[in-house]
Ligand binder design. Structure first.
Ligand code: CAA
Length: 384
């Protein structure tokens, strides 16, 4: 595989880098502390065309490839992983699912504004509602029901850990319509967040990615028109799983960005900080850490790009996406922990950023499939 980026890909990477440094860095510590949703940043990202990067131009997207998306995600998450996850969910899970599996009517009604990230000048984003209090890794154990009522489904149940939970205008909900059919009874429904019967709980007080809003959502007798179902009756789980593969490339890139952001800060600090009469970097104990960090980050980057290239070439990227997500998230956790260690006491306080990165890294091993789930997917794939 040959990674010589095109001029367009490099321009997108640079645009993402400029955006991250100029628009995300100021206030990132404060937003984390206050758990403040990065509204201005998301609005600007929408104007840049980064909320529907891989969506065709005719549906309001930027019409660019997954490689560019990986490059942009890395640059943004080097600085602000909360902005990154909001962007990733809208790009990989919501709009990509709609583009691949939506009908023309669904695309016109939902995809166009979601890909633009705006409607009538206001932020317009989506959320992916799979997880439930008792269905996390065991994703087919859905308790939320979508009862067939003729021309609509009646939705009842609870979803939790929903990224963009209180800010999304569109919910993409997995629900059970035929329990006796197991996973083949599940439907994937496009739900207007402002429908009657939807209650959004206050956002969770999280360890990391505190700028993103994560909520529990309750559905009580919510009517969802039949035409809002993605794919055929009972196909929902498979379509959602296929879409999650792309989501895993997004989270792998987020993890990659967190890792490379922490590494760059640790490298810089090691050049500036003096100890025992010389810069930290001159001590082999520190140099070896930085060498290992750089090597693991490069390996994670190559896995992310491999998965992205397979996706762009229309190949089955399920295994590569899971490998990228597994390796990049484990790398992010390890690299950020070492970055804090290199900073010593300074790493343990907020001003130096790496403690936030260490907290942010943890979730990349959990959401969109834990490291254990990625090993299940990879294990099944290598056994084929
Ligand atoms: N593509 C197509 N079909 C797929 C598929 C895929 N990638 N993965 C599974 N399927 C199909 C299977 O072939 C099977 O079909 P049949 O019954 O016709 O054979 C059906 O779906 C059920 O699949 P499994 O039998 O493999 O199901 P399982 O119970 O063994 O579970 C699992 C598999 C991999 C553990 C899966 O449940 C899983 O990925 N769990 C993790 C869920 C997850 O990632 N949650 C994240 C929530 S989203 C999130 O975090 C977003 C956010 O806000 C940041």
């Amino acid at each position: 595989m040959y990674f010589d980026f095109t001029e367009e890909q490099l321009l997108i990477k640079q645009a993402a880098k400029d955006f991250a440094i100029n628009e995300c860095l100021p206030g990132v510590i404060e937003r984390d502390e206050k758990q403040q949703f990065p509204k201005e940043q998301i609005s600007m990202l929408a104007d840049l065309g980064f909320m529907g990067m891989m969506i065709n131009l005719e549906y309001g997207g930027a019409g660019i490839d997954t490689v560019s998306y990986v490059l942009a995600m890395e640059e943004i998450c080097k600085v602000d992983a909360s902005v990154g996850v909001i962007m990733s969910v809208n790009n990989s899970l919501v709009t990509t699912g709609l583009q691949i599996f939506g009908t023309e009517e669904q695309k016109q009604e939902f995809l166009v504004p979601l890909a633009q990230g705006k409607k009538n000048g206001e932020i317009f984003i989506g959320a992916f509602l799979l997880s439930e209090p008792e269905a996390g890794s065991d994703a087919t154990a859905q308790k939320t029901t979508a009862e067939d009522k003729g021309d609509y489904y009646l939705l009842n149940g609870t979803k939790n850990w929903i990224t963009n939970g209180s800010t999304a205008s569109v919910y993409m909900v997995i629900a059970q319509s035929n329990p006796e059919k197991g996973s083949n009874g599940l439907n994937w429904l496009i739900v207007d967040r402002f429908s009657e019967g939807i209650e959004v709980a206050p956002k969770e007080n999280k360890m990391g990615v505190r700028g993103s809003d994560t909520c529990t959502i309750h559905f009580t007798n919510v009517k969802v028109p039949k035409q809002n179902r993605l794919g055929k009756e009972g196909e929902g789980f498979k379509l959602a799983m296929k879409t999650l593969g792309g989501g895993r490339i997004g989270i792998a890139s987020q993890a990659l960005g967190i890792a490379s952001g922490a590494y760059e800060r640790a490298l810089q600090y090691s050049k500036e900080r003096q100890s025992f009469g010389q810069p930290l970097f001159n001590h082999q104990a520190i140099q070896f850490k930085l060498a290992d960090m750089a090597t693991r980050i490069e390996a994670a980057r190559l896995l992310c790009l491999k998965a992205a290239i397979e996706k762009d070439n229309g190949k089955d990227f399920t295994q590569s996406a899971s490998m990228a997500k597994l390796y990049a998230s484990e790398t992010a956790m390890w690299v950020t922990t070492e970055a804090v260690q290199i900073h010593g006491g300074y790493g343990y306080v907020k001003e130096y950023h790496v403690e936030r990165m260490m907290r942010d890294a943890k979730i990349t091993q959990i959401y969109e499939g834990t490291s254990e789930v990625q090993r299940i997917v990879i294990g099944r794939s290598v056994l084929k």
